[in-house]
Design a protein around this ligand. Structure first.
Ligand SMILES: [Ca+2]
Ligand SMILES: [Ca+2]
Ligand SMILES: [Ca+2]
Length: 303
């Protein structure tokens, strides 16, 4: 009887013990997993979108900034003109990757073909180092002396790394340039007896500006080393390029005379340098001897 009771008790206690064991184990397992993971790495992502740059403070000028917005060409040569700007990009200055610019006279457009008279292109301007959200851009242009005088526009185009582009503009005036070059600085009439007529001395005039020109001429008398003085009017000239008959040539004057029919056009790309031959002669009067020297002033005005 006691044995039977003991067996019945075990039949109840053993399953209870198993239940207690698995319940406790599951609790320990749960508690153990919670304490082993104290942090998680969670991915965070956002796509920062592109913002197109802006072009600010565009300035077209030469290297002399005062007076501003005026470009003075160099007679017969080249003048560097600059179109500068500050570029801003909200994505950071590193996003600004290219600046290009054209400058053009009012008869042309930004997309016109390059032409020394009316249109210049700089497709790879200089970008400054930059910081923060901005960097500078400088576009240089080698303008020829016969670039058309008047209002020019700079049109700068800026690219960021997404090829988002934007343009900025500024205008400046290319000033009128009135200038000449001469083929010789000495009119040497050689050896000449009194009343003898010299041969014609050629003097070629080149228009080195950007407008049509007329000559303005005057001179001085020519004192001689031994005897007398040659009057200024003894030198005769012809500025039309033809005719070397002394009596029909124009006597030089001591006061400036404008030769309004000179009309030497400015250079074009097609024409090359524009030039005009002038001829000079002299007749020394009686009562003179020796080396006789004076000055001739050859000037030009727009005309
Ligand atoms: Ca951008
Ligand atoms: Ca200037
Ligand atoms: Ca004229």
């Amino acid at each position: 009887m006691r044995l039977k009771q003991a067996i019945q008790a075990l039949a109840v206690l053993v399953p209870l013990a198993f239940l207690l064991y698995f319940w406790t184990a599951s609790l320990l397992l749960f508690a153990g997993s919670a304490s082993a993971v104290s942090s998680w790495n969670v991915n965070a992502t956002v796509n920062v979108t592109n913002v197109q740059p802006t072009v600010n403070n565009v300035l077209l000028d030469d290297n002399i900034s005062s007076p501003s917005d005026q470009i003075d060409l160099v007679a017969g040569g080249f003048q560097l003109a600059y179109c500068n700007a500050t570029i801003n990009d909200t994505n950071g200055y590193q996003d600004i990757i290219n600046a290009s610019a054209v400058i053009y006279y009012s008869t042309a457009t930004p997309t016109s073909a390059d032409n020394n008279e009316t249109h210049y292109t700089n497709s790879s301007c200089t970008l400054a180092a930059g910081s923060g959200l901005s960097r500078g851009a400088s576009c240089a242009f080698n303008m020829r002396y016969y670039a058309t005088n008047g209002t020019w526009t700079c049109n700068m185009t800026v690219l960021d790394s997404d090829n988002a582009n934007v343009t900025g503009t500024d205008t400046a005036v290319v000033n009128l340039l009135v200038a000449l070059n001469i083929s010789t600085s000495i009119l040497n009439y050689g050896n000449l007896a009194p009343l003898a007529e010299s041969s014609a001395i050629p003097e070629t005039i080149t228009n080195h500006g950007n407008g049509q020109i007329d000559m303005v001429l005057n001179g001085t008398s020519m004192p001689c080393s031994s005897v007398g003085t040659i009057d200024v009017s003894a030198q005769h000239y012809n500025v039309t390029g033809t005719g070397t008959t002394y009596t029909t040539m124009t006597p030089l004057s001591s006061s400036p005379v404008t030769e309004t029919a000179f009309n030497l056009a400015k250079r074009t790309d097609a024409s090359g340098d524009t030039t005009r031959l002038t001829n000079w002669k002299i007749v020394a009067p009686v009562g003179t001897k020796g080396i006789c020297t004076g000055n001739v002033t050859m000037a030009v005005v727009t005309g």
